[in-house]
Ligand binder design. Structure first.
Ligand SMILES: Nc1ncnc2c1ncn2[C@@H]1O[C@H](COP(=O)(O)OP(=O)(O)O)[C@@H](O)[C@H]1O
Ligand SMILES: [Mg+2]
Length: 271
């Protein structure tokens, strides 16, 4: 592990059919990104999220993981990751979404004053089981959570906020076209039918029965190019890495406070 955390840019994700490494860009010169991951249960979605996490561990980034399955997947990484996981408390997910939206607003204000926000930590939000999350709580809460996630997908980029969305039941209903169109990175594991493939990738293929994707394999769409990719296996030491990198943990509250300090020091009025 390096002594100084690196800046988070792209992360190693897997190997394509030609044997080349496939990397996912979480951040580029123009800011954050949206990554959409879909596929049948047991095909490797949560594992893919962990591989992305592995690329974030040693970087100067705030990593937040919504895991509404009571943290079953995320909890081993708590030392480095802020885990939000209680399915009985949909208000907590909503509260985080609203706070991230406010952080985006704060950063946009800093940018509008001509300052560079790159000294502030990059933020990555993992939402595993997106469909499950948007089905929690009352109808009104569900609507609010859904709207907030869509807003984040639309506004996070310029504020260096990246979103990673994974969902089990990819239908054109729970992945709206606008969110898919905003996704720079699309990862489709095996799905049941062409509609599900189209909902994730914008094209068919992930449903193929002639040369079916195996667990851990996905069609990865990057900048308009589709690559059949074998995703790396989750390293057994990932939770140990997270423990060793506990000093790099940046909570949402830390990110908020850093933004406030930056705004104050540069004479931008607090809101
Ligand atoms: N990249 C991979 N390489 C090898 N096996 C994998 C890979 N991804 C997933 N698997 C296998 O599939 C199982 C289910 O993966 P998981 O990520 O939990 O699926 P999902 O979140 O889509 O339900 C894992 O426990 C593992 O055994
Ligand atoms: Mg899963």
């Amino acid at each position: 592990m390096n002594l100084v955390p690196e800046v988070l840019t792209s992360i190693p994700f897997g190997v394509n059919a030609d044997g080349y490494q496939v990397r996912l860009s979480l951040f580029t010169k123009s800011g954050g990104s949206v990554t959409l991951i879909g596929g049948n249960p047991g095909q490797g979605k949560s594992s893919a999220v962990k591989i992305i996490l592995a690329g974030c561990v040693g970087t100067n980034s705030c990593v937040i993981w919504f895991d509404p399955k009571s943290g079953a997947d995320a909890n081993p990484y708590k030392d480095r990751v802020e885990v939000v996981s209680d399915p009985r408390n949909p208000g907590q997910f909503l509260d985080y979404l609203v706070r991230i939206q406010e952080l985006i607003f704060q950063r946009n204000q800093i940018i509008s004053q001509g300052y560079d926000i790159n000294i502030l930590p990059r933020v990555v939000l993992f939402i595993d089981e997106w469909a499950l999350l948007t089905a929690l709580g009352t109808k009104q809460e569900q609507q609010l959570i859904q709207t907030e996630i869509r807003n984040l997908a639309a506004t996070g980029r310029s504020a260096n906020v990246s979103l990673v969305l994974a969902t089990q039941r990819p239908t054109s209903v729970n992945i709206d076209v606008a969110t898919r169109e905003l996704s720079n990175n699309r990862v489709a594991f095996l799905v049941g039918d062409t509609h599900a493939s189209e909902a994730i990738l914008g094209q068919t293929g992930a449903e193929s029965k002639t040369n079916p994707l195996r667990p851990g394999q996905a069609l990865v769409w990057l900048d308009g190019q589709l690559q059949r990719t074998t995703i790396y296996e989750v390293p057994e030491q990932l939770s140990t890495w997270c423990k060793n990198a506990a000093g790099y943990k940046i909570t949402l509250q830390d990110a908020e406070e850093l933004g406030e300090i930056f705004s104050r020091e540069s004479g931008i009025n607090d809101i």
